[in-house]
Design a protein around this ligand. Sequence first.
Ligand SMILES: Cc1ncc(COP(=O)(O)O)c(C=O)c1O
Length: 379
Amino acid sequence: MTSKPQIPSLPEPVPQLDLSAQYAAMGAEIRAAVERVLASQQFVLGHEGAALEKQIAQLCGVAHGVGVASGTDALILALRACGVQPGDEVLLPPFTFVATGSAVSALGAKPVFADIRPDTYNIDPSEFERRVTPRTRAIVVVHLYGLAADMDPIMAAAKSRHLPVIEDNAQAIGASYKGRPTGSLGDAACLSFYPTKNLGAYGDAGMVVTNSTELAARIRTLRNHGQTVKYRSSEPGWNSRLDEIQAAILRVKLRHLSNWQRARQSHAAEYHRLFSQIPGVMPPIALDGFEHVYHQYTIRIEQRDALQKFLSERKIGSAVYYPYPLHLQQLYASLGYHAGDFPHAERAAQEVLSLPMYPELRKDQIARVVETIVEFLKC
Ligand SMILES: Cc1ncc(COP(=O)(O)O)c(C=O)c1O
């Protein structure tokens, strides 16, 4: 009898993100929460949304949360509530998801970009004075990848000119800066609960959090057709409300967020440990006083595209957030920016690579990712 030829076993794929592991662990809790909403037959602006607003505001260390339909809407409504009008200028970094800029454009305002720091990928506070003009009406600061921007110098500069600061906290829920949570650092902060975020819904959802009673009230009005009282509108608004099913799902997931955060931080520590011996790869910076929540674990490497291909051929997922800075997008061609205007953002767009990162990731998977990168560097 001839023995069967041995088929070499293929290594297990390592996805960049695996949401199915999370659902497998908590599907029953989620289904019970959805069932609760179905039984209530209240789908918009009900108990679940109100409870979530309180819980998220508390997590962010502020007085108010206003649920909206997405992180993008949170930005649009927060900017409008801060008084941004067509023709105003809004300062923001060019290295971010396009929504940060398109929210400004949606109000007919003009994005004015300020370059990032090459080590944190967040807005460089020293750029502020160069870019601010008498037409500047607000500043949007992005806490990219889960790391807070350096807020103290930004807030000081903004205060001296009476400009509101909005945190784009889509990627950094639970992070902190000098002991204060992101979301409490500016005048208002915008959260996205897009499914892939650290706290993700099962569809689109978002929230604005703020300490300002006035801003919160204005956003509540704007999200509901400008109605101050039912069927009485004081200004044009939107239909942008966080629905009860998403709110109920998010409340279940919120119970797990701090454990997930610790898991992400422990995976990051393991990546850091392994990368500390490897020249040619720049891991995310760990700054004193900044608690990073690793929405992404993003390395920097000159041969980024070749590495991504090498990893993909070995079934290791990775992603580029973001390959094109906003000032070079077709969307903003009319603003007249050119390649070379924001060198740190442009270089980051060519060199960053986000590696597998999610709470359920295992140590042996992290080891395989790093070993494969070492193999690539030897080629
Ligand atoms: C930095 C940043 N800003 C804004 C958004 C927009 O959020 P949403 O997709 O919920 O509209 C996202 C997420 O997609 C983001 O990552």
